[in-house]
Design a protein around this ligand. Structure first.
Ligand code: CUA
Length: 325
């Protein structure tokens, strides 16, 4: 438990050092709030113990240098070295175990209705929303959540182990091939947060991220309803080039003949905060760069380069994709 928490603390402090990146120490969700409280309890407890030990050390080194008799020394070891650490560690363990059921409240999640299925792939995220009513809605590399409602997440992997984590909303959970893990989250404040992949999964592990958008419930519902229907411009200009150059054999775009399932669903790419799974701002330029040389932006990704296409074609496809709102 000790090394795990000190590592977590170190990574949390590092994460909070980056300006503008939401941190686990600025919780915007119920689970993250509880984890932050646990962190502060452990940090303050650790600080008090450290001060006590350093105080005793200074006291014995500077002010009280007499040699203790064997009886007093044994008593200090028994109380300070055995009883105190055992009691403190047991109390901390009991507190953490007491928190745990609250961090995994599945019963509440199922009754709330919305379930989001997330599958980790090298190096992106497949997302499927399963609302309580209506058909499933597919997306990629961005999850949206209604504020104040508990959402159930089912986490899977298609290749290697990835790990799902939205620091300001809750704890992390591994995505393991052949297994379905469940997590439930409740956002308490609207906002856009970055979710990194938290388990080394290959060359572009550090470039595997997603955006999590917590929205007011009615905005969320109208957004989800809009996602369920094909984007308006699905048949226009660059769309024909997209199909002609074979992009549709890997990517799905609702309302067109692009029906591939190997790569991310691009049906509403234009409405997402980022492209390339959390690494580039969603602009026509970024999309064009990704189409031309994906391996430069995301080494090890399965998408081949298309820089042999005329730049005008790439540009037209980028404009069309950006228009898929
Ligand atoms: Cu996926 Cu690291």
């Amino acid at each position: 438990m000790g090394p795990y928490f000190s590592l977590t603390a170190a990574s949390l402090l590092l994460a909070s050092g980056f300006a503008g990146v939401p941190s686990a120490l600025e919780p915007a969700g119920e689970e993250a709030q509880q984890i932050a409280v646990l962190f502060w309890v452990m940090l303050s407890g650790g600080a008090v113990i450290w001060l006590g030990v350093v105080g005793l050390l200074l006291h014995s080194a500077l002010f009280n240098r007499r040699v203790l008799n064997e009886r007093s020394a044994s008593r200090i070891i028994l109380w300070g070295g055995v009883i105190f650490p055992s009691v403190t560690l047991c109390a901390l363990l009991a507190y953490a175990l007491w928190l745990m059921p609250g961090l995994r409240p599945f019963a509440q999640a199922s009754s709330a209705g919305l379930r989001i299925e997330i599958t980790g792939k090298q190096f992106w995220w497949e997302i499927v929303y399963h609302p309580s009513q209506g058909p499933p809605v597919a997306s990629a590399n961005e999850i949206r959540l209604p504020v104040g409602e508990r959402v159930e997440l089912t986490l899977k992997s298609a290749d290697v182990i990835h790990s799902f984590w939205i620091p300001p909303l809750g704890g992390k959970m591994d995505m393991i091939p052949g297994r379905t893990n469940r997590l439930s989250l409740m956002a308490t404040k609207p906002g856009v947060f970055r979710g990194p992949c938290a388990e080394y999964c290959g060359t572009s592990h550090a470039l595997m991220a997603f955006s999590a958008v917590a929205m007011e419930p009615d905005k969320f519902r109208s957004w989800l309803a809009a996602q369920a229907i094909p984007a308006e411009r699905a048949g226009a200009g660059g769309g024909a080039l997209f199909l002609r150059h074979g992009c549709g054999s890997c990517h799905f775009v609702a309302g067109t003949d692009a029906r591939g399932t190997i790569g991310p669903d691009l049906s509403h790419l234009g409405s997402r905060v980022t492209v390339g799974a959390g690494i580039l701002p969603n602009t026509e330029d970024a999309i064009a760069r990704f189409i031309a040389r994906p391996e430069r932006i995301k080494p090890g990704s399965s998408m081949p380069a298309f820089d042999m296409l005329p730049p005008d074609d790439i540009r037209a496809m980028a404009v069309w994709l950006r228009g898929l709102q």
